[in-house]
Design a protein around this ligand. Structure first.
Ligand SMILES: Cc1ncc(COP(=O)(O)O)c(C=O)c1O
Length: 380
């Protein structure tokens, strides 16, 4: 089996599974309970928070555990928009964000907020000038992803952060779900107020994640109840999930340098080999893209059919993003980049992990050649 769909999700590290089982079975107390079992669980939760904060170079009080990227994005965007609505009702985002950002924005639009969706260039990149020109006196939130989940383009987060230093009242949210551990980013230096993480994208467990909320940034909580997570996210804490997420993040960060180099080399190999394929169009920009995502079209081949043909050889790749791949719509990111619909519909995404190898990449190339030839023969 060759798993090349790591942007959809990753295989949990064994150590992550072990810590989840250990904490769930031995330290299952509720952190809010007054007895010692509650105290033990609370201690583990605090340690996990400290570890995540240390790995992100921020304060523990700025880390809030959530169920993943979707929830973090919703809390950040809706929470910030709602709390600041008396100051303004204008938000800015890009036209290539993940569905969890887009849908949150659309929901806010339905209740009277105004959203500016910035265009992107042919590489899928937002222009800092466009951000600047879109800012209005009533702008309260700007949400731009760090790494695009479909094509891997890195957005100019540092430059946008520098621009926003002149606008202290605007909250800057960055979705780093695809970037963490693969594209370094300093939250304080980049003037990020809110940042979303999802553990299952870095070998943690599904249903675990975090939101960084910079000290002083204020949000309206979306869940009401027992006031856990310092009133930001009510509901009994997933202590085992938080501990296992901290472990996954530490293991990812520890291996990050070598992992990035390895993925970059595999991507270069794939790019070189694929460029000789008939009708290939590579969508991932050669400069300013993440090391793990590689998106391309093979003209005339239906992505869905091709993916199933590769699966017969035990190879797992994706069409666009995992959550939109079952919908029969063209990739929004590719269309926003100006890719024609017919080409966008034959786009594939290969996404790597630190553990993938060049040998696997060569096997995938050979299988793709075989599948493309067979499918083209059937079509002619
Ligand atoms: C960029 C981006 N943001 C958010 C999410 C949602 O994360 P989760 O699956 O943890 O809800 C994803 C998942 O694919 C993503 O790629």
């Amino acid at each position: 089996m060759i798993y090349f769909d790591n942007s959809a999700t990753t295989k949990p590290y064994n150590e992550v599974l072990d810590s989840f089982v250990t904490v769930s079975s031995k330290y299952f107390g509720n952190p809010s309970s007054l007895h010692s079992m509650g105290g033990q669980a609370e201690k583990l939760l605090s340690q996990a928070r400290e570890q995540v904060a240390k790995l992100l170079s921020v304060r523990p009080s700025e880390i809030y555990f959530t169920s993943g990227g979707t929830e973090s994005n919703n809390i950040a965007i809706k929470g910030a928009a709602l709390l600041n609505r008396s100051r303004g009702r204008h938000l800015i985002t890009s036209s290539v964000e993940h569905a969890s950002v887009m849908a949150a924005m659309e929901q806010l639009e339905q209740v009277g907020f105004e959203i500016t969706y910035l265009p992107v260039d042919e590489y899928g990149r937002v222009s800092v000038d466009d951000v600047k020109n879109a800012i209005r006196p009533d702008t309260t939130v700007i949400s731009i992803m760090q790494v695009n989940n479909e094509v891997g383009t890195i957005q100019p987060i540092k430059e946008i952060g520098d621009l926003l230093k002149k606008y202290p009242s605007i909250l800057f949210h960055v979705d780093t779900v695809q970037g963490i551990g693969k594209v370094p980013m300093n939250l304080y230096e980049n003037r990020v107020d809110l940042c979303s993480l999802s553990a299952h994208k870095f070998h943690g467990l599904k249903g675990t994640g975090a939101l960084f909320i910079r000290e002083g940034a204020r949000l309206a909580p979306l869940f009401s109840g027992g006031n856990q997570e310092r009133q930001m996210r009510s509901g009994t804490e997933n202590v085992a999930g938080a501990v296992s997420m901290a472990k996954a993040l530490r293991m990812t960060m520890d291996n990050s340098k070598a992992g990035i180099n390895n993925m970059r080399e595999i991507q270069t190999l794939l790019r070189g080999e694929l460029s000789s394929f008939e009708g290939v169009q590579i969508h991932t920009p050669i400069n300013g893209s993440a090391p793990h995502i590689f998106n391309f079209s093979l003209n005339g081949l239906k992505a869905e059919v091709f993916i199933h043909a590769l699966e017969q050889d035990g190879i797992f790749v994706s069409t666009t993003s995992a959550c939109s791949s079952k919908k029969k719509t063209s990739s929004k990111t590719l269309l926003a980049m100006g890719v024609p619909e017919t080409i966008a519909d034959s786009a594939f995404r290969i996404s790597l992990s630190f553990a993938n190898t060049k040998e696997e990449a060569l096997m995938v190339i050979a299988a793709m050649k075989k599948a493309a030839n067979q499918l083209r023969k059937v079509m002619n």
